[in-house]
Design a protein around this ligand. Structure first.
Ligand code: F6P
Length: 545
């Protein structure tokens, strides 16, 4: 392995330039040709761990492409960057923090030192408190203020304090305790809260206020609305302690809000919001599916952590997936990546991935603060299959853009219904085949299609995809999948030399919204000093509301 310690621009590195030359050589190579040349390709370009099978053969790569991409990863010091993350180094440089989410799923008894202190016992102490509390709610022992058991759990949070919990709840609904109703409120639009609570009884409702900072406008506004909603019916301030718990790193703000810190579940500044669904932020998940399933999910995360840390890059699933995405993003000028879980339970997975990938790697400067001269994160999007096939897949097959796709499927259905799972998976496999191989002009003509229609009926193919096949959607496989994408994101961020763990890009809008809210609500006409467009919008809104 050769690590190039010279911090010259990524695009000047010999390994990058070699990839550029290689791109020129193979950019027109068709997947039809690649498969014809190597009949073993479909089995060879795969990676199998005990729980996931990745088929990456339908990518526009040769063995040489992989060799060059791995050379680049080595030259960028990926191995050292991985170790730095697992060792708790300050890899989130702009916030001067570690990014130690891997400690959240470290087995009891393991030792991970941060500033000389083992963090694992604290992680497990919180998990144990969560488990104790969850069991009480699940078995009806945690009573509301009027003595009735809790039946409704409303998670209030946004971003990482919402998307992970709601995605995991939806994904693991099959394993959830069905007498409990779970709802998720994130938007500051009052509709979100009102619709989520309209049919709930405050006497049997528990609110989990999830916020790492406990200063987020949306979450605190909704938390206040929840408190008012609860107290309107229950009438007594003391009810708060039975109907509100907090998940946060900020005990001061939690108690200022009026939640007893005995009812607070903590986590740590070394865990970023979008990397926190496996921390106490996952309390709603644990209540829904129970502590054993939650721990099984953590085992899945940990299994992928170990794979990422110890497997040579040639067989390292997160690394290979990251390098393939980088190949399209930086050499084919691909602008987006689509993710299609062929699994209805994973309907919120693409939304979850959007924050994970784009908040992490949507950066325009390097760790040293220099402007990058290459593209960083592509746009992530997706929908469960087969729904997308009947809306936007037209563009994937015959549009003008190159959009690499990830297809995710499971061997076993959780809800077997006739032959529906076979039909689902048949569609999954068929889409990857159609994208890769298309249908040539002569094949279309051979079907007897009129000449004038032939161009419309032709599929050029050569559209890349990965297929991830797992045995069944379980808590463990969900953990594996999430960790797979987490580590893929970090791999890319390491090569792009950016900080994958900060999110300064969200600050400006938040700050402007604060001033604007004051201007919208001021009694007297405010003196506006925005641009003419923003001023006019504010005046108009004030006049017409
Ligand atoms: O505004 C972006 C962000 O800071 C995300 O990174 C985070 O997940 C979300 O807001 C919520 O933050 P908090 O958990 O502190 O309320």
């Amino acid at each position: 392995m050769t690590t190039d310690s010279n911090p010259r621009s990524l695009t000047q590195r010999p390994d990058w330039l070699a990839l550029q030359r290689h791109y020129q050589e193979i950019k027109d190579l068709h997947l039809r040709q690649l498969f014809a040349d190597d009949p073993t390709r479909g089995e060879r370009l795969t990676i199998e761990t005990p729980d996931i099978y990745l088929d990456y053969s339908k990518n526009r790569i040769t063995d040489e492409t992989l060799r060059l991409l791995i050379n680049l990863a080595n030259a960028c010091g990926l191995r050292e960057r991985i170790e730095a993350m697992f060792n708790g180094d300050t890899i989130n440089v702009t916030e001067q923090r570690a990014a130690l989410h891997t400690a959240l799923r470290a087995p009891r008894g393991e030792s991970i030192l941060l500033d000389g202190v083992n963090v694992v016992p604290d992680v497990h102490a919180v998990l144990d408190r969560m488990a104790f509390f969850s069991e009480k709610v699940r078995n009806g022992q945690w009573l509301g203020h009027t003595g009735k058991p809790i039946l409704n759990i409303v998670n209030i949070g946004i971003g990482g304090s919402d998307l992970g919990p709601v995605m995991a709840y939806e994904a693991l609904r099959h394993y959830s305790q069905r007498n409990l109703t779970l709802r998720f409120v994130s938007n500051v639009d009052g509709t979100d809260f009102v619709e989520a609570t309209r049919d709930l009884d405050p006497e049997q409702t528990l609110f989990i206020i999830c916020s790492k900072t406990f200063t987020t406008l949306e979450t605190l506004t909704n938390a206040r609305a929840a408190r008012d909603w609860c107290l309107q019916k229950l009438g007594d301030q003391h009810a708060v302690s039975r109907h509100f718990v907090a998940v946060s790193t900020n005990a001061n703000e939690v108690s200022k809000f009026g939640i007893d810190t005995d009812n607070m579940f903590g986590f740590w500044d070394w865990d970023g919001g979008r990397y926190s669904m496996d921390s106490a932020i996952g309390l709603s998940t644990m209540i829904a599916v129970g502590p054993d399933h939650f721990r099984a999910m953590l085992d899945g995360f940990h299994e992928m952590d170990e794979h990422f840390r110890h497997t040579p890059f040639e067989r390292n699933m997160p690394v290979i997936m990251a390098l393939l995405k980088l190949w399209y993003n930086n050499f084919f000028a691909g602008q987006s990546v689509a993710v299609f879980p062929y699994c209805q339970y994973l309907k919120r997975f693409p939304a979850y991935l959007q924050q994970l990938t784009m908040e992490s790697n949507g950066k325009h400067v390097t760790l040293e603060g220099a402007n990058v001269d290459y593209q960083t994160a592509p746009i992530y999007w997706g929908e469960p299959g087969t729904n997308g096939q009947h809306s936007f897949f037209q563009l994937l097959h015959q549009g003008t853009r190159l959009i690499p796709c990830d297809f995710i499927g499971f061997q076993q259905a959780l809800n077997p219904l006739g032959d529906q799972h076979d039909l689902l998976m048949a569609n999954c496999f068929a889409q990857t085949e159609a994208l890769a191989f298309g249908k040539t002009e002569s094949e279309v003509k051979a079907d007897g299609i009129s000449d004038w229609l032939v161009p419309h009926r032709t599929f050029e193919g050569n559209r890349p995809s990965n297929t991830l096949l797992l045995e069944q959607l379980t808590p463990k496989t969900l953990g594996l999948l999430v960790a797979l994408y987490e580590h893929s994101v970090y791999t890319q961020g390491s090569i792009w030399n950016i900080d994958s763990f900060d999110q300064w890009g969200v600050e400006l809008g938040k700050m402007l919204a604060k001033t604007t809210a004051e201007e919208l609500q001021a009694e007297a006409e405010p003196r506006l000093a925005h641009d003419s467009s923003t001023n006019a919008l504010i005046w108009r809104y004030r006049r017409l509301r």
